[in-house]
Design a protein around this ligand. Sequence first.
Ligand SMILES: NC(=O)c1ccc[n+]([C@@H]2O[C@H](COP(=O)([O-])OP(=O)(O)OC[C@H]3O[C@@H](n4cnc5c(N)ncnc54)[C@H](OP(=O)(O)O)[C@@H]3O)[C@@H](O)[C@H]2O)c1
Length: 240
Amino acid sequence: MGQQIKRKTAIVTGAGSGIGRSTALELAKEGVNLGLIARTESKLNEVAKEAASYGVKAVVAPADIANLEEVEYAVKKLHDELGFTDILINNAGIGVYGSFLELEPEEWKRAIEVNVYGTYHVTRAVLPQMIEKDAGDIINISSSSGLKGTAGSSAYNASKFAIQGMTEALMQEVRRNNIRVFTLNPSLVATELAFGGDSDKNDKEKYMQPEDLAEYMVGQLKLHPRMFIKQSLQWATNPF
Ligand SMILES: NC(=O)c1ccc[n+]([C@@H]2O[C@H](COP(=O)([O-])OP(=O)(O)OC[C@H]3O[C@@H](n4cnc5c(N)ncnc54)[C@H](OP(=O)(O)O)[C@@H]3O)[C@@H](O)[C@H]2O)c1
């Protein structure tokens, strides 16, 4: 027998589209109040409106997660309006692709700033109160690209490998505080980040969809608090 997550509070980063949007809405269906972070406020407002139709409180806090001050401001706003954060979904991220020499140093750096520092900044802002309460769940979205390098993906690979190391270390640190830290490593999910506007590739039967990941995360959060899945890989069954 697992646990109920109804009436808990979650912060979801990158909640304006793709996996983050689906996860926010899946949590709302479960009765979880939401703090929504991304840069584009209009998209967050749309998600908040849809989430509110499930009867939960949804507060938006626009921020660039690469910017520590913006993150601290946003998280404070969410804490003030929603109270203690039970669940943090570190989902926001960018895909930066190009061969090693083609990518400009600024593009390479941006992958690290958003994907690695962004995850670090948000976690740093939320963690103290989880430690104080001696409870909490953190899900960090890495990628299959965090486990295996591919040509043309050095910046994205480096950022996602870094998330693995950071998450594993954090997990070892805060288990004793009853905080569960999960790493997810999805392969291709049909979102803007993976496929852009290529609608041929948005084949629902073939590729994983953002809502599949969202359901999976809710399932993990409902596990009995005495256990967690520290690392998992999500694959499409037959993407051929
Ligand atoms: N799709 C895949 O195949 C796949 C596979 C493995 C892992 N992932 C990972 O899953 C996560 C979500 O990806 P997705 O496919 O759902 O992407 P997506 O549809 O492009 O959504 C990304 C979200 O992150 C937000 N975001 C981007 N940069 C940000 C920043 N600097 N500060 C705050 N928010 C930011 C975006 O909103 P704004 O632009 O408005 O800020 C958007 O809400 C990423 O970490 C990605 O690496 C994706």
